[in-house]
Design a protein around this ligand. Structure first.
Ligand code: AMP
Length: 431
């Protein structure tokens, strides 16, 4: 038997209904905030992700799926959504009208990580990017969108952690003091942090290995090194969150796993003991250099990404059932070949009119077909035998009331439509 690759999984029905529900909810929330969908390739030229030789993030240095295609082009399966969106923004010159471009995406990402609960090698993200303005209110809008999604999904115990990395001037000052602090403890640093010390010392604060050591706790804090503009900017973000009644916790160790962030960074963390280290369901921040790094004009941006699997797991945990009961309008039981053809015709009329129908292609016994009508949660079961067929009639059973009658086979569509519209005037059918 050929099995799925390590770190991947199949989403089977009815679990796939949860995904559909989540995707619908994402789309609804994005509409409220006026974010439009963008779909970019799952693979990109490697330079899109391997832009900066000084990048120290695990995702870029250790986890990408890189390969050469048959024409020896360097290709990378996207490990995240932002860089591809930024590439598309530049390539399609979405900046020309000088307005704020608000985009969202959903789809699979690939990282060669150690698989465990809530961490896969192929996983899905939903993300938003707002490009073209440095306004701190936009940072707050992105966080507010995330909070709205959490609310719409009915998740519990989610907190927003926020921090600022300051502007370039503040970060440069902070970098210097961090380097001199951590240099004193060089011998105690893990191998990754030694590398970060040279290339991106801020990322040391993100280290999961050295995190609990004393020299880590005594490290200088960014807020002591922010210039006035950075402080004011961060205060405006916080004021905008307060203004919307959004709760947050300032976490001055938060720097996020990617190297391109500046100013605001944030994470949404769910308090579920079983999640362990995988309790971050989403996060993001401001990135003002990425567009120019990819060859576009200097364009500020802010974005956020959620792990779809973790959102679904968190909804399960909160007892929020994202899996709606699936129903069909009509299950047709045909007794004999001629009846099958006649049913097929009626089914086609119904489906064209927006009613969902099923029949038994395995030609099981009458009893097993009734069972299948049941397991499909059919609102109506229609039975066509020789007698009815000869008279152009069909027997129809309303499974809600258990009442039965015989109607003209041509009338099936109108009959069901009238009944379902009366039972559910706001429309369970597509009419
Ligand atoms: P990141 O792009 O690393 O900031 O991740 C954003 C979100 O994607 C995280 O908060 C997780 O919810 C999710 N995520 C990241 N990596 C994985 C993974 N390997 N498996 C499942 N979800 C992931």
């Amino acid at each position: 038997m050929i099995t799925k690759p390590k770190g991947t999984y199949d989403v089977l029905p009815p679990e796939s209904l949860k995904w559909e529900k989540l995707e619908t909810t994402v789309r609804k929330v994005c509409k409220l905030y006026n974010y439009k969908e963008i779909r970019t390739p799952i693979f990109e030229s490697s330079e899109v992700f391997h832009r900066d030789v000084n990048d120290t993030s695990d995702m870029v240095t250790k986890e990408t799926y890189d390969f050469k295609d048959r024409s020896e082009r360097g290709i990378t399966l996207r490990p995240e959504g932002t860089a591809g969106v930024a590439r598309a923004y530049v390539e399609n010159k979405l900046y020309v009208d000088n307005s704020v471009t608000k985009l969202f995406y959903m789809g699979p990402m690939f990282r060669y990580e150690r698989p465990q609960k809530g961490r896969n090698r192929q996983f899905n993200q939903f993300g938003v990017e707002a490009l073209g303005s440095d306004n701190p209110l936009l940072d707050a809008e992105v966080i507010s969108l995330g909070a709205s999604l959490i609310r719409a999904l009915g998740l519990k115990d989610v907190s927003v952690k926020i921090n600022t990395l300051g502007d370039e001037e503040s970060r440069n000052k902070y970098r210097e003091v961090l380097v001199s602090h951590f240099t004193k403890y060089k011998d105690c640093l893990c191998e990754d942090c030694l590398n970060r010390l040279e290339k991106n010392p801020l990322r040391i604060l993100d280290c999961k290995v050295d995190h609990d050591k004393d020299f880590f706790k005594t490290a200088p804090k960014i807020n002591e090194y922010l210039n006035d503009a950075s402080k004011e900017r961060f205060n405006t973000v916080l004021e905008a969150l307060d203004n919307q009644g959004l709760k947050y916790v300032i976490d001055d160790n938060l720097v996020r796993g990617l190297d391109y962030y500046s100013d605001t960074v944030f994470e949404l963390v769910v308090n579920i003991p079983e999640f362990g280290a995988q309790n971050v369901i989403g996060g993001g921040g401001r990135y003002n250099k990425l567009i120019s790094q990819l060859g576009g004009p200097e364009t500020p941006g802010v974005g956020m990404a959620f792990g779809v699997e973790r959102l679904i797991m968190a909804a399960d945990y909160a007892g929020k059932n994202l899996q709606p009961k699936e129903q069909i309008h009509a299950y047709f039981i045909a007794l004999g070949k001629k009846a099958e053809m006649a049913c097929l015709k009626a089914i086609n009329v119904c489906r064209i009119g927006g009613l969902s129908c099923e029949m038994d292609y395995k030609e099981g016994s009458l009893k097993s077909q009734f069972k299948k009508a049941d397991s499909n949660n059919a609102l109506f079961t229609l039975i066509l035998g020789d007698n009815e067929l000869n008279e152009g009639k069909i027997n129809i059973k309303d499974n809600t009331t258990d009442s039965q009658e015989t109607i003209n086979i041509e009338e099936v569509y109108n009959y069901i439509l009238t009944k379902v519209t009366a039972q559910n005037p706001c429309g369970s059918c597509n009419k």
